[in-house]
Design a protein around this ligand. Structure first.
Ligand SMILES: Cc1cc2nc3c(=O)[nH]c(=O)nc-3n(C[C@H](O)[C@H](O)[C@H](O)COP(=O)(O)OP(=O)(O)OC[C@H]3O[C@@H](n4cnc5c(N)ncnc54)[C@H](O)[C@@H]3O)c2cc1C
Length: 320
């Protein structure tokens, strides 16, 4: 039995999450002593051969009208058909928005056991055992499954990617989808000109301590100087100070950048759930007792309205 991996693409382009999924699947297959097959949907404009650098040499591409826009029913049903045709008993999915919409449907359709929020490569493959985060990343549990069909959904950026050598071959494929609920995409609203949070190497984030939306210019200036994405806590998005696509945490986007700078954010467990995988965390908060300091690598106790402008000034001098 082989390992199948859902290789997501965004308008034909592969992103870091795709390569991470490829690598996760390739390493799992290696541990199992079997092969890995990638599946991607729609028209691909990137060079699929690149996927070989992450250990997947065989990629099936399903294109055509069914896959012109994202429809989780169609993707899950197609993955199920491919898994059956290619003799795959394990599906690997990156827990992106789309991945999280596909995996549970696949699990039901294929009667597969699913483990979500996985944070590491399997520690064993007989039985398949993985570590997953629970209680908003406050704890970790090792889960084993003996299900004959399985889905592993790992947290994006949890294991990272390292490009090797190798090349992939992509071949066109087709499956019959049968009767499925009909989804029509009528409008797509795209965020323009920003670094997408799941891919950002650096993220500058603001919380309620910034008092109001009018004070975000310093967050944006700092982010621009550091070539970083901008994020915020949930109440900030709920109050409409910032758009919801910047909300990070348990109910928002989970990120794992090299650097996360939290300004005026208390560090509630639900916020930490989405950012605690960051490699380096810097916290700026006026309250020395703010819980976020416990999770910080560097902490500055001070008023954001004094600290951040000094930070910006120092960066400008450094850059000059
Ligand atoms: C089911 C559930 C899910 C949730 N999901 C999320 C989630 O995904 N993401 C999320 O963020 N939250 C989430 N929350 C909310 C979470 O519990 C917190 O309420 C929220 O994170 C607090 O946001 P905050 O830190 O911006 O605001 P506050 O808790 O109000 O903290 C503001 C911080 O700013 C500091 N401050 C004030 N003035 C200054 C200043 N001048 N300079 C520097 N620091 C200053 C204060 O000391 C304080 O620490 C969730 C809650 C629930 C119940």
């Amino acid at each position: 039995m082989s390992v199948l991996v859902y290789l997501e693409n965004w308008e034909g382009k592969f992103k870091k999450n795709t390569f991470e999924a490829a690598q996760y699947a390739a390493k799992t297959a290696e541990m199992m002593g079997t092969s890995v097959i990638g599946v991607t949907f729609g028209t691909i404009s990137d060079d699929a051969a690149e996927l070989g650098k992450y250990g997947v040499s065989k990629v099936l591409n399903l294109s055509g009208d069914d896959y012109n826009s994202f429809d989780n029913y169609k993707i899950a049903a197609a993955l199920k058909e491919v898994a059956a045709a290619q003799n795959c008993d394990t599906l690997i999915v990156s827990g992106t928005f789309n991945g999280k919409a596909v995996a549970p449907l696949y699990s039901v359709m294929a009667e597969a056991g699913m483990i979500t929020n996985v944070t590491e490569l399997p520690s064993s493959v007989a039985p398949l055992t993985v570590k997953r985060s629970v209680f908003s990343s406050k704890g970790f549990v090792n889960y084993s499954t003996e299900a004959s069909s399985k889905v592993i959904v790992f947290i994006p950026n949890a294991v990272g990617v390292v490009a090797g050598s190798g090349s992939a071959e992509m071949t066109e494929s087709n499956v019959s989808l049968g009767d499925l609920p009909q989804t029509n995409v009528t409008n797509v609203d795209r965020v323009q000109g920003k670094i997408p949070l799941p891919e950002a190497e650096r993220v500058i984030s603001g919380g309620r301590g910034l008092k109001g939306p009018e004070n975000w210019s310093m967050v944006e200036e700092l982010a621009e100087l550091m070539n970083a994405g901008t994020a915020c806590s949930k109440p900030v998005a709920d109050m409409g100070w910032r758009p919801h696509n910047e909300h990070v945490g348990q109910t928002g986007i989970a990120i794992n950048p090299e650097l996360y700078v939290a300004i005026g954010i208390s560090g509630a467990i639900q916020h930490l759930a989405g950012v605690s995988n960051s490699k380096t965390i810097v916290v700026i908060n006026s309250d020395a007792e703010a819980p976020f300091f416990k999770a910080a690598d560097y902490g500055i106790v001070g008023d954001a309205f004094e600290v951040v402008p000094k930070f910006i000034e120092a960066l400008k001098k450094f850059k000059a």
